[in-house]
Design a protein around this ligand. Structure first.
Ligand code: FAD
Length: 456
């Protein structure tokens, strides 16, 4: 009886514990991907994510075909689809790597119970996080809300396991089944085709993910610690969408970095530690989401619910979205996002701070825009990042920290390289005048925050 391997946010062959277990077991394998934007609470993907998913599934289907296994595609609520597939092939087991969002866990728990009732085994594995959220707890048994002790606890825990190899060949081990045609899902934009900038910036897929990791560790890691905050320097790994879609696992990134660290000294070693710590922030975001599944909609610190947001200024929101605020670093970031589906981390902080603290627009509006535009948008890191900037999140920036986009530009883009890369009309008459007065709006934001803090 066949094993079904259910691919989700893990579109790879190497270090895929569920696929590895199925391959070792020896039975025929059915590889399935379900595009589920219908189950209760599942957040429909954004447009840039759809674009990435198309490329990533194409790459996965090709690699699986080389192993001798077709990828079966289905679209709809995962529960009935997995149950129907299991029944139609008389599966012995369904295997998958675990997910950590609230709605996703609810779906998986229900599916597991349904399969077991019908005599089908369900096995789940750890593949997407180095430290699963429930394995790291405070002395008192609770969850962490501050990064440093969280990461210390992770580092004191048993170290991440070694990655599993990709299966060699599965020839003769496939079971045939109908699949949707990927093109029929219409994940790619057509009229208009706005994805030219995304295609120029990215190659989705497992091979490209490993290429990014290898070149980063070889060429860029030594300057990571000193230059990672400068958006024009291209000093970061650009692994986030590959990690988001699971084209590479954090175990692979962790161990490859540790390998380099073994011979690194001085500043190089410090860069490696810094990079691993950033992977730690990813772990922390998922830890926080696991314990607060409504992170994208509800303030983690509930005292922020009383924040006196003024009525939404649609015009200002549109200017921000399209990079026409008249503040160069903000506009450069927003245009980078629109064009490439990504934005440098420092600039994400600056653009988010500007929306919340200079335009006084609710962080949820910005989170939704990023969700739609980012190729790496994930349900933990994106709301986590937004709440961090807003001050309402875990280990958040204090509310009075208002990034000044002009000072940030001077400090992190002193030669205006990043600004010019992204704003062709910079420093000409065609560039918009400032939308707001930075000092005035900052004072208004601080007054609003002060109101929030006033004891009632
Ligand atoms: P590197 O500096 O090379 O870091 C390596 C990896 O560590 C990244 O690929 C990423 O997986 C992880 N990482 C680094 N910084 C963070 C961080 N602050 N939080 C969580 N993980 C981190 N990251 C996402 O992956 N998806 C998002 O949707 C997302 N939304 C964000 C929204 C806001 C408002 C902010 C301030 C940050 C957001 N980030 C998000 C975090 C960060 O900006 C990106 O992970 C980073 O820019 C990716 O570039 P890189 O792969 O070159 O990072």
């Amino acid at each position: 009886r066949p094993s079904i391997v259910w691919f989700r946010d893990d579109l790879r062959l190497a270090d895929h514990p569920a696929l590895h277990a199925a391959a070792e077991h020896g039975a025929p394998i059915v590889a399935v991907y379900v595009l589920d934007e219908e189950s209760p609470g599942i957040r429909p993907l954004g447009a840039a994510a759809h674009w990435w998913l198309h490329g990533s599934l194409t790459a996965l289907a090709e690699s699986l075909a080389r192993l001798g296994v077709p990828l079966v595609l289905r679209r709809g609520a995962a529960g009935p689809i997995i149950a129907e597939l299991a029944a139609s092939v008389d599966a012995e087991a369904v295997l998958w790597n675990r997910r950590y969002g609230g709605a996703e866990r609810a779906v998986d728990t229900e599916i597991k119970a349904g399969l077991r009732e019908n005599g089908v085994l369900a096995h789940s594995f750890a593949g997407s996080l180095l430290f699963e959220p429930w394995t790291i707890s405070t002395g008192a048994g609770g969850s962490y809300s501050v990064f440093t002790p969280f990461w210390r606890a992770c580092n004191a825990a048993p170290p991440p396991r070694q990655p599993y190899p990709a299966p060699q060949s599965l020839e003769g081990r496939s079971a045939s089944l109908d699949s949707d045609d990927l093109a029929s899902w219409a994940l790619l934009p057509t009229r208009p085709d706005w994805a030219g900038g995304l295609r120029a910036a990215w190659v989705p897929g497992e091979d490209a993910a490993h290429e990014s990791l290898t070149t980063f560790l070889r060429d860029t890691l030594p300057r990571y610690a000193s230059e990672r905050d400068a958006p024009a320097e291209e000093a970061t790994s650009r692994l986030s969408p590959h990690l988001r879609w699971g084209e590479i696992s954090p175990y692979q990134v962790w161990h490859a970095t540790q390998q380099v660290q073994r011979t690194a000294t001085g500043a190089d070693a410090a860069s490696g530690i810094r990079f691993l710590t950033e992977l730690g922030w990813r772990e922390f975001a998922w830890h926080v989401l696991f314990h607060a599944p409504d992170l994208a909609t509800v303030n983690l610190r509930r005292d922020y619910d009383a924040f006196p947001w003024p009525p939404l200024d649609e015009r200002a929101l549109e200017a921000w979205k399209h990079g026409r605020t008249g503040f160069a670093l903000v506009d450069a970031g927003m245009r980078e996002l629109w064009r490439t589906g990504s934005m440098h981390n420092r600039v994400r902080m600056v653009t988010a701070s500007f929306l919340i603290k200079n335009l006084l627009i609710d962080w949820r509006q910005g989170e939704q825009w990023f969700w739609d535009c980012l190729v790496d948008a994930d349900s933990a890191s994106n709301p986590f990042g937004w709440q961090w900037v807003a001050g309402s999140g875990a280990d958040a920036a204090p509310y009075f920290r208002v990034f000044n986009p002009e000072l940030q530009a001077k400090k992190f883009d002193p030669n205006e390289e990043y600004i010019r890369q992204n704003i062709p009309e910079w420093a000409t008459d065609a560039y918009p005048a400032p939308l707001v007065d930075l000092g005035e709006t900052r004072r208004a934001a601080l007054a609003a925050y002060a109101e929030l803090k006033r004891p009632t």
